[in-house]
Design a protein around this ligand. Structure first.
Ligand SMILES: Nc1ncnc2c1ncn2[C@@H]1O[C@H](COP(=O)(O)OP(=O)(O)OP(=O)(O)O)[C@@H](O)[C@H]1O
Length: 235
């Protein structure tokens, strides 16, 4: 069995008085792609932000490598190997691709990907290395957003809807990249509404409705029951 990397145990999260996550328990092992699937407002982004330490109003526990992340800042969590890829991609628009890749500090020397290795995995970024962020297509921006934490040395990527707004051919390229980085031992927690895409990359799925995990299942079971499950989620 692959080594457990992330363990979220009975996590609840609140926005003010409103409870948006209820006793969520999920886990991700080394080299595994696990999804959070659910409709808008189900709490997927709040869960990713809680894991990253960006959303602090929580109860329950989150551990990396078996050690609790309680009380640790987002910066500290990044240094422990968690990489956040937000849905707006968060790249520096005025900086070039290469500057975007060089700016974030390397948090883990052993896990950090060299620029050459990044460019091998993302050839289009090599072609665009001197282009500013503003001149990149949506797909190129998404690739840059995913490449950055790998450069820093993240071992767990939190991907928030990487397929959103991209053409099908680009979505399948992103899928191939996710499978490639997984085979190199990187773990991925993937938020997706595009379930067809999710089922091409994921090992396991967690279905979220109104802040609760209503089903956890492997990809084979997910594929054979997709229609029923999506109906259940109202998607
Ligand atoms: N800053 C905030 N203040 C108050 N409520 C919030 C805030 N952010 C999110 N919420 C609420 O928390 C719930 C969960 O939101 P969240 O963004 O985590 O869901 P989601 O599943 O990621 O959906 P989406 O795909 O639309 O982002 C929603 O009801 C949302 O309205």
């Amino acid at each position: 069995m692959a080594e457990r990397l992330l363990t979220v145990d009975t996590l609840s999260a609140f926005h003010g008085e409103a409870q948006v996550l209820r006793d969520v328990s999920i886990d991700v092992s080394v080299g595994e792609v696990v999804t959070l699937v659910g409709r808008n407002g189900a709490g997927k982004t709040t869960l990713l932000r809680s894991i990253m330490g960006l959303h602090k109003n929580t109860r329950g526990s989150i551990a990396l490598d078996g050690t609790t992340l309680d009380g640790k800042s987002a910066d500290k969590r990044a240094r422990l190997g968690i990489g956040w890829v937000p849905d707006d991609r968060g790249i520096y628009a005025t900086l070039t691709v290469e500057e975007n890749l060089s700016l974030p500090p390397v948090v883990d020397k052993d896990a950090s990907w060299s620029l050459d290795r990044i460019y091998e995995q993302f050839p289009v970024l090599r072609e665009r290395r001197d282009f500013p962020g503003t001149k990149l297509s949506g797909g190129e921006q998404q690739m840059l957003a995913m490449a950055r934490p790998l450069r820093a040395g993240s071992r767990l990527l939190l991907l928030d809807e990487p397929s959103e707004g991209l053409a099908p051919v680009i979505v399948s390229q992103i899928g191939q990249i996710i499978r490639d980085i997984r085979s190199q031992g990187v773990a991925v927690l993937l938020v997706e509404q595009n379930v067809k895409f999710a089922s091409t990359v994921a090992d396991r799925h967690n279905l979220l409705a109104q802040g609760e995990v209503v089903e956890s299942l492997d990809n084979d079971a997910f594929q054979s029951r997709t229609t029923e499950l999506l109906q259940h989620l109202g998607m």
